[in-house]
Design a protein around this ligand. Structure first.
Ligand code: ATP
Ligand code: MG
Length: 247
């Protein structure tokens, strides 16, 4: 039997006694496209932070591809094929677009600048970065400083960086936030083109765009899973209408 890409078991996270994740259990299968929705403060990003290891849960378990990673570092989880984007942009604005991608790749490979490494190693990383930028339509901006490119291009770059790591599980935290409808369409295309051997979990408030990309949906509310299942069933559920759609 195939192990789930992600399994979360009775996860609890308190911030100074205030619960942000309350007994969350989830199972996401390889290749699945899962959308996580819920009002502001529902605990969506906090859940991502525990999956990546940025936050240590108060209790509960997280399994990646059948392996218990609850006590593993973020770096170790990245090595198991986990990659993410952040709700707030985390790029280096002074560096070039291509160099940001290279730094991302080096971070994963644990490769600090090392004079004993063959030069070909860095050339290879650069070639990989270029290839990825071409793929997402940012090739012409490879040498531009990140601080000077448009917001929508930065968001695209972040997704490109996450994809450059060839993740088996990709977490996207509000990839469409703050974008024009044109930029949203570009990002939507980019996400839709992600190969099936990458499982995708996306947090998003823009339901119009995100629902098209989702097969399954989880509704979080006050840190709890309120509704969970196939997209259309979750959307039709009266609890979803009540909490999220406001009618
Ligand atoms: N580092 C932290 N320290 C203390 N409290 C936190 C921390 N991070 C999140 N919280 C709290 O946890 C709760 C859930 O926050 P979280 O950011 O996960 O919500 P969200 O569902 O991602 O919301 P949004 O849609 O606004 O991004 C909130 O009450 C928030 O204030
Ligand atoms: Mg959030």
């Amino acid at each position: 039997m195939t192990a789930p890409a992600l399994e979360i078991v009775h996860l609890v996270k308190h911030f100074g006694g205030i619960p942000a994740t309350q007994d969350v259990s989830l199972k996401i299968m390889p290749g699945e496209r899962r959308l996580i929705i819920g009002p502001n403060g529902a605990g969506k990003t906090t859940l991502f932070n525990q999956i990546t290891g940025d936050f240590r849960p108060t209790s509960g378990k997280i399994l990646l591809f059948g392996q218990d990673v609850t006590r593993l570092t973020p770096h170790a989880r990245a090595h198991l094929g986990l990659s993410r984007t952040y709700q707030i942009i985390t790029l280096f604005p002074q560096d070039s677009v291509a160099h940001n991608v290279v730094l991302g790749l080096m971070g994963l490979k644990g490769a600090r600048w090392n004079m004993f490494r063959p030069l070909g190693f860095y050339a290879e990383l650069h070639a990989e970065a270029r290839h990825m930028l071409d793929r997402v339509g940012l090739g012409a901006l490879a040498e531009a400083r990140v601080g000077e490119i448009a917001y929508g291009q930065k968001r695209r770059l972040e997704i490109a960086m996450a994809l450059a790591q060839k993740p088996r599980l990709l977490l996207l935290d509000e990839p469409l936030a703050g974008l024009s409808s044109e930029e949203r369409a570009t990002i939507k295309q980019l996400i839709a083109a992600i190969p099936r051997d990458t499982t995708v979990i996306m947090i998003e408030h823009d339901m119009d765009t995100a629902l098209d990309l989702a097969e399954t949906v989880t509704l979080l509310h006050y840190g709890r899973v309120l509704v969970d299942g196939p997209r259309d069933a979750v959307i039709a559920d009266p609890k979803t209408r009540e909490v999220y759609l406001g009618h």
